[in-house]
Design a protein around this ligand. Structure first.
Ligand code: DAT
Ligand code: MG
Length: 140
């Protein structure tokens, strides 16, 4: 067994478009346990830590501004290989390229908007998951 935890964010577009329930439904249907679920308003400080690896890239500031544009839902999941499993549920970064059946591939968005408005974040490795859970849920 390889039980893992991962940090998931439902981004401001998911909250604004009323897709929180649908995305959590998919997470639960896959069999992952919800360890923490909180509606939060991000801060520039938290986002600078969370997206440190992207600092300096052309999409960094638009990404941070977008993440500050409304509340997010911060989630910690637990389950067998859930880091890889949630990224599989989420689909490719670019919603246009994301496969049908995935969150990013299936759920509606404002077409014409930017790649960063792709509904969800999921940690990409055990190291990232530990780091990101520490940022969003220091008590865990
Ligand atoms: P992911 O969220 O699939 O892990 P990432 O870590 O490479 O993708 O990038 C973080 C976020 O930044 C991503 O969800 C959307 C945004 N982003 C990535 N590449 C982008 C690009 N080329 N143009 C605009 N936004 C981008
Ligand atoms: Mg990433």
């Amino acid at each position: 067994a390889m039980t893992q935890r991962t940090l998931v964010l439902l981004k401001p577009d998911a909250v604004k478009r009323g897709q929180v329930g649908e995305i959590i439904r998919r997470i639960e249907a896959k069999g992952y346990a919800l360890v923490a679920v909180e509606l939060r308003t991000a801060t520039p400080e938290v986002l600078a830590e969370h997206y440190a690896e992207h600092e300096g890239k052309p999409f960094y500031q638009p990404l941070v501004d977008f993440m500050l544009s409304g509340p997010v839902v911060a989630i910690v999941l637990e389950g067998e290989r859930c880091i890889e499993g949630f990224r599989s549920l989420a689909g490719a970064t670019d919603p246009t390229a994301a496969a049908p059946g995935t969150v990013r591939g299936d759920l509606g968005r404002d077409w014409g908007l930017k790649v960063q408005q792709n509904l969800v974040h999921g940690s990409d490795s055990p190291e990232s998951a530990e780091r990101e859970i520490g940022i969003w849920f220091p008590a865990l």
